[in-house]
Ligand binder design. Structure first.
Ligand SMILES: Cc1ncc(COP(=O)(O)O)c(C=O)c1O
Length: 447
């Protein structure tokens, strides 16, 4: 019989078996867990009370730093006032306010926001929107979706299909049909140790012309790219690349989707990378930083002409048969509004932009340490490629994450043997110095 007596609160679990952790090396983790209990500003606190400096903004989320009381209070107040409201056929004022404020931050033309709960849902929503738009627009033959090698668009079937990281795809069968990929924009021989956007590589956009020639423009619905490929290990767009993609997509009537789940909300020093690059896509996905990570939320910014194309037919009919039970959840909306207040009042995007050169110089100072093959930086983001151990790809990176956390009180992210630094935007120059010193120790420790 089940024991239904109340369980005592435990701060440290003694059994880690039941929780099958996402995107985690479960067996290695459970042998030597990295358990977190609190967070404030630039730091996490472990269950045993150690203060860990956060060089990952959680997971590219907590741009305003941790433990922002304004956000916690907004969430608490909202949960007490209205815990849940159905987002289909009903609405809450906060959702409309948040959509307006996000649209105000976006390049003009991206005037509408469709809410969901994650970056994965945002990617799948944008892809479905692109297909539906062409259908409505009398171009139903446009069903092909184009992603990019090394791209990451979450874990839904759409996002996985257009994604270009082989380990994320190979277990899951044929995925969506009618998907193709343009090449990644990285060439180490030509780009190594570049600060910001590499000079070399705009021509990679021309590969889209080859896919158009192969498949026919009238079969292609959309191209989706991250303005900076994050999860694959930080690959900034080469100079002129995104502009060229925009020109080619426009020429052929193909929709351009920017996945700004990482680059949105200040990571590259602007509200959206679209602004940094002066390129306006047709659809733009966001998540993570929209609530500073404090509540799950994602969304798609939509060009007015695309939105308006849906607004036809009988007015009592649903125009876009898509949405989630938790789209524009009251708690996420409250967190989002409080987060945008902080970004504005603390001028965090401006701070990120101002401190970018110092960050880039500091990270580049690691050049020359053992096994460092390349360093890339853009905005408050850096990727450091370490040489793989023979026959054990990813092992050096994993060891680096472990020694960072356990021995150096540092949280960083890894992508294989690449270390990714993506600190909260509140970071000071001193804290940049502290992180780089620790990363240097980590690199030496795994040499
Ligand atoms: C560019 C990009 N798109 C989509 C996603 C998926 O977001 P989520 O994990 O919230 O589903 C991520 C997550 O890191 C991402 O980096």
């Amino acid at each position: 019989m089940l024991d239904k007596s109340p369980r005592p609160a435990v701060s440290v679990p003694n059994d880690l078996a039941a929780h099958w952790m996402p995107f985690t090396a479960n067996r290695a983790f459970k042998k030597n867990p990295r358990l977190l209990a609190g967070a404030k500003d630039m730091h996490y606190i472990t269950v045993d009370g150690r203060k860990i400096i956060d060089a990952a903004a959680g997971m590219w989320c907590c741009n305003a730093g941790h433990g922002r009381s304004q956000i916690a209070e907004a969430i608490g107040k909202q949960a007490a006032a209205l815990d849940y409201a159905p987002p289909f056929q009903f609405g809450i004022p906060q959702a409309f306010e948040l959509a307006t404020r996000i649209a105000d931050l976006a390049p003009s033309g991206l005037d509408h926001v469709f809410f969901c709960n994650s970056g994965s849902e945002a990617a799948d929503t944008a892809l479905k929107m692109a297909l539906a738009y062409h259908q409505i627009n009398g171009q139903g033959s446009r069903t092909r979706l184009i992603g990019r090698v090394r791209g990451y668009h979450g874990v839904g079937f759409g996002g996985t299909s257009v994604g270009g990281i082989v380990n994320n795809r190979k277990l899951f069968g044929t995925l969506l049909t009618g998907v193709d990929h343009i090449p990644a924009t990285y060439d180490r021989d030509k780009q190594a140790f570049t600060k910001g956007e590499p000079e070399y590589g705009a021509h990679f956009a021309e590969e889209l012309e080859n896919l158009v020639a192969l498949h026919g423009a009238n079969t292609i619905a959309a191209v989706i790219v991250e303005p900076m490929a994050g999860s694959t290990g930080v690959i900034p767009a080469p100079k002129g690349y995104l502009k060229r993609l925009r020109e080619i997509t426009q020429k052929h009537g193909i929709l351009l989707i920017f996945d700004e789940v990482i680059t949105g909300f200040g990571r590259l020093g602007y509200a959206f990378a679209a602004e940094r690059y002066g390129v306006t896509p047709d659809l733009l996905t966001f998540a993570k930083g929209v609530t500073n990570g404090a509540a799950p939320m994602g969304g798609v910014l939509v060009r007015d002409t695309i939105h308006d194309a849906f607004m036809s037919g009988p007015e009592h009919m649903v125009e876009f048969t898509h949405g989630y039970t938790y789209s524009a959840h009251p708690i996420a909306c409250a967190a989002g509004l409080a987060t945008l207040d902080i970004y504005r009042d603390d001028k965090l995007f401006e701070h990120a932009r101002a401190i970018e050169p110092k960050f880039a110089d500091a990270v580049m100072s690691l050049k020359g340490l053992p096994n460092v093959l390349d360093i890339r930086t853009v905005g408050l983001t850096a990727g450091i490629d370490l040489a793989s151990l023979p026959d054990a790809a990813g092992k050096r990176g994993y060891s680096a994450m472990e020694t960072a956390f356990h021995d150096n009180d540092l949280m960083l992210r890894i992508a294989g043997d690449t270390l990714a630094l993506t600190p909260p935007l509140i970071i000071s120059e001193d804290q940049i110095g502290e992180i780089i010193e620790k990363v240097g120790k980590v690199i030496k420790a795994v040499a």
